[in-house]
Write a protein that binds this ligand. Structure first.
Ligand code: HEC
Ligand code: HEC
Ligand code: HEC
Ligand code: HEC
Ligand code: HEC
Ligand code: HEC
Ligand code: HEC
Length: 421
């Protein structure tokens, strides 16, 4: 094949039926530009109103520019300010056919319009995105919806495409784990960019993911849950997402799949035929607001180990474990985890490396302990390695207080992430 044409290989030219089927799935429709009036416009709460594709409140209004979520369960929205994408504090809930406050905004006393739509959000809900230089939420290009390349690779010719079902073990599971593995904490490995992951690789080279301390089903925790099941653990690696789901097709006969391994279960036929109805009950996700999700642990009773462990079954590096504890401390507002994190992070920081995330975290812990001079040094080191960190710039400016340099840092931060309402 001519190399120039190869780059424009259009999957649908040859895989017409399959591409048409996939186009109708929730994954293919998981994000996109808002082109028409939102459904069910009207009053959301005493504060907010949806009018066409516009969100209004007593203090102002924004146009809904981008949606995230297919609306199978729900939909979040973003507005654009000079090309910077920010989340709006309300969302649409399909199960109730109504708008309400979006997950995470319930506790706010004042409307919050300042949460950036970061690259991680689009990593899971779009095919690809490119940030404009010097920004964390201004995009020069977004390929909305999840496309073929995310599971089959972005090769320039057909030989390079991957069929996930022909991969084995971790490389196979990694294809879905990219987005369906939530973990208790998800930590990027030093020197790696998750965006560079390609189907056929092992995600463990890009991420450390901690599990354990489960507190119920999470919105995107299907992989962690399945890994905790005896079905997965004791089937010798045979069971994976693709056993029960074909991403291009709708519903399958789940009970037949269960029976392919559990021919003898409930031989007395005392139970109904709907295996999943009992063994994979729906429950409310603890991070998903008002929607219910299917429990993939397939457990008769779920144990809680009380400690976090690597999803990949390896001994985690001290740096990754420390950052994991730090993440949990923030999520749970539990300072005991800061104490667990500190010795691990201090030891990791003693070694020189390219690791802006580590140094910024060490800076934050030192600042919290009142060790301002040391905190300042670590923030500076972090910013030397990655200058595009508005939050770190703000923290360093706060440490410095008044003065010309602090003002300069604040101005730089605001250029990267402007203040909104
Ligand atoms: C010029 C026609 C053509 C185009 C364009 C094309 N394919 Fe294919 N593809 C085929 C044919 C024919 C087969 C079946 C024979 C084979 O396995 O090579 C196939 C098979 C596959 C398989 C299964 C491979 C396996 O090992 O089981 C995958 C996955 C695949 N294509 C993905 C894609 C993706 C993704 C694109 C777009 C980026 C694409 N194809 C574009 C013709 C094409
Ligand atoms: C790029 C991120 C990404 C990858 C890779 C990914 N998913 Fe998804 N998946 C999502 C998102 C996001 C949704 C929710 C879509 C929505 O409703 O907006 C979803 C929804 C689903 C659903 C529920 C909707 C439906 O079609 O019934 C299933 C099942 C699913 N994914 C299976 C898989 C499997 C199996 C794989 C691996 C072969 C996989 N996904 C890979 C992000 C991803
Ligand atoms: C690590 C991957 C990941 C990240 C990061 C992520 N999501 Fe999701 N999200 C998912 C997956 C997977 C689902 C599908 C859950 C399901 O169907 O059970 C989902 C579901 C949703 C849904 C419900 C869609 C539907 O109708 O099924 C919305 C809305 C949503 N996410 C919004 C967001 C927003 C907004 C962000 C960023 C601020 C975000 N998500 C970040 C993976 C992710
Ligand atoms: C969320 C992940 C995901 C996405 C996105 C995805 N696929 Fe697939 N694809 C798979 C998996 C998993 C298999 C293996 C299915 C099996 O055999 O069980 C597969 C198999 C295939 C095959 C070969 C087997 C078959 O069913 O004919 C082709 C061809 C293919 N995909 C093309 C595409 C094209 C074209 C697109 C985009 C329009 C696409 N896929 C999007 C996950 C995905
Ligand atoms: C690839 C094979 C495979 C598939 C498919 C499979 N399982 Fe399993 N499952 C196993 C194995 C192996 C075990 C552990 C040994 C045993 O109990 O038979 C297990 C264990 C179980 C257990 C006992 C759990 C416990 O905590 O003791 C239940 C319940 C179960 N499976 C239900 C299901 C249901 C329901 C489905 C379909 C939704 C299903 N399984 C699909 C292989 C599988
Ligand atoms: C043993 C069978 C089985 C396996 C393996 C399995 N699922 Fe599911 N999955 C189900 C069933 C059953 C449902 C509920 C379907 C329904 O209600 O229509 C479901 C629902 C889902 C949904 C829709 C949202 C929800 O929570 O209800 C997503 C997303 C999903 N699965 C992703 C995955 C991913 C990713 C994997 C691999 C880590 C996986 N599943 C492995 C059986 C399975
Ligand atoms: C009405 C609820 C219900 C339905 C439907 C159901 N189960 Fe169960 N299942 C249970 C309960 C409760 C247990 C715990 C042990 C017991 O009481 O038999 C169990 C135990 C199991 C076990 C572990 C013990 C054993 O018998 O090996 C497996 C495997 C299993 N079920 C598979 C299935 C499969 C496969 C289906 C569908 C054909 C199914 N179950 C349908 C409720 C149900």
């Amino acid at each position: 094949m001519l190399p120039m044409l190869a780059a424009a290989l259009i999957c649908a030219d040859c895989h017409r039926d399959l591409a048409a089927r996939f186009a109708a799935t929730p994954m293919a429709n998981s994000s996109g530009p808002v082109r028409a009036a939102a459904e069910h416009p009207g009053r959301v709460s005493s504060t907010y109103k949806i009018d066409g594709a516009r969100l209004e409140w007593p203090g102002g209004a924004v146009d809904l520019a981008v949606f995230i979520g297919s609306r199978r369960m729900g939909r979040s929205y973003a507005y654009s300010q000079d090309g910077f994408l920010f989340q709006v504090p309300v969302g649409y809930y399909a199960n109730r056919g109504a708008w309400d406050l979006a997950p995470g905004y319930e506790r706010d006393k004042v409307p919050d319009f300042s949460r950036p739509i970061g690259a991680d959000c689009l990593f899971c809900h779009a095919t690809s995105s490119r940030l404009a230089p010097d920004s964390i939420n201004r995009y020069s290009q977004v390929d909305y919806g999840i496309g073929c390349a995310r599971c089959h690779g972005a090769g320039a010719d057909h030989q390079q495409f991957v069929n996930p079902a022909r991969l084995t073990g971790r490389k196979r599971d990694s294809v879905c784990d990219q987005c369906h593995l939530a973990g208790t904490a998800r930590i990027g490995k030093a020197g790696k960019r998750l965006q560079d992951f390609q189907p056929g690789e092992d995600l463990a080279e890009y991420l450390e993911v901690f599990t354990g301390q489960s507190r119920g089903v999470r919105v995107n925790g299907h992989s962690d849950a399945l890994a905790a099941s005896r079905c997965k653990q004791e089937s010798g690696g045979a069971l994976w997402c693709g056993t029960c789901h074909d991403p291009h097709r709708a519903a399958v006969d789940y009970a037949a799949i269960c029976r392919s391994c559990h021919a003898g279960a409930h031989r007395a036929k005392t139970r109904g035929p709907d295996c999943a109805g009992c063994h994979m009950p729906k429950s409310k996700a603890r991070d998903g607001g008002h929607t219910v999700f299917t429990d993939h642990t397939l457990r008769l009773k779920e144990p809680d180990t009380g400690e976090i462990v690597s999803y990949f079954g390896r001994k985690p590096e001290g740096r990754d474990l420390g950052l994991g504890y730090f993440q949990i401390a923030l999520d749970r507002r539990d300072s005991r985890y800061f104490e667990k994190a500190w010795p691990l992070l201090r030891e990791a920081a003693a070694r020189k490396a390219m690791d802006p995330k580590l140094y910024a975290t060490v800076g934050a812990l030192l600042a919290a302990a009142g060790r301002r001079r040391e905190a300042e040094a670590y923030y500076r080191l972090s910013l030397d390695q990655d200058p595009v960190q508005p939050e770190v710039l703000h923290k360093l400016a706060a440490l410095l207080g008044r003065g010309e340099e602090a003002d300069r840092f604040r101005t730089r931060a605001l250029r990267m992430l402007p203040r909104t309402f």
